[in-house]
Design a protein around this ligand. Sequence first.
Ligand code: RUB
Length: 307
Amino acid sequence: MQKVQEIAEKIRTMEIRGAGRIAKAAAEAIRDYAAELDVASMEEFSARIKEVSNLLISTRPTAVSLPNAVKLSSKYSSANVEEARQEIIKNANLFIERADKALEKIGKIGSRRIRDGDVIMTHCNSHAALSIITTAFEDGKDISVIATESRPRRQGLLTIRHLNNFGIPTTLIVDSAVRYYMKEVDKVVVGADAIAANGALVNKIGTSQLALAAHEARKSFMVAAETFKFSPSTIIGNPIEIEERAADEVVDPAVISELSHVKVRNPAFDFTPAEYIDMIVTDIGIIPPAMAYTVIKEHLGWELGEV
Ligand code: RUB
């Protein structure tokens, strides 16, 4: 349990971050917990797996990859502890393998849509979006990137370091300069924390500003998302919760404590409606946002159950 608690804390504090990475970390945590779980009965086994599943899911509320990873990894059908343990180990490993392969596939598929000479704008730090950009570059395309800082946590600094390691010419801008530079951009490529059944995207706060500016300038807006970033529960009307993080990520608490009429809001994600999205690059191919429902039904093994 201690190891799971440590992973959960790392996800909560964002030492492990990015929707894909937290999903993989959760799958690994469940697998390792199940492998060592010493219980006297099947009831106890079920209860303990449920407990760690809930703990992991509670760490960050927006990225649907997290509950999807937990659900797919902790699946078992046997009523025998040893068999159920092996099922969980197998399912978690399958999920981890699927996640790694998905990133590679998204890179290969998405890079075909990148042209020689393209200027690509990206936001925050998405491993799926970066897979497309670095694959295109390694395929010999002469591309450059405009990367946003992504306040308040400045994940853009991770992105520019990653791109620099590949030797990709990159410009860092502040978030408010997005519209100013959009005229120089050919394509926007971003990642996803969740995609709803209606094709709406949930991603790092500020993503919808990139989408609006791209729409206005008639630039193409691509989303890179593994199929496990699609949200099954949106089919039955559940909204996607937007995580609100602490005010001290935005401003020094000492400053605010002096200002009795001021409060600070810090939403971590926002919604981009489907109409601003040209394509979603997934591990099963490029789809229009209108196909989100089909992806959920056919690729997440989702059943309606009790509504
Ligand atoms: C990260 C973020 C990323 C998505 C996709 O937010 O919004 O764009 O998670 O990332 P945070 P990936 O830093 O708050 O976790 O493609 O790596 O899954």
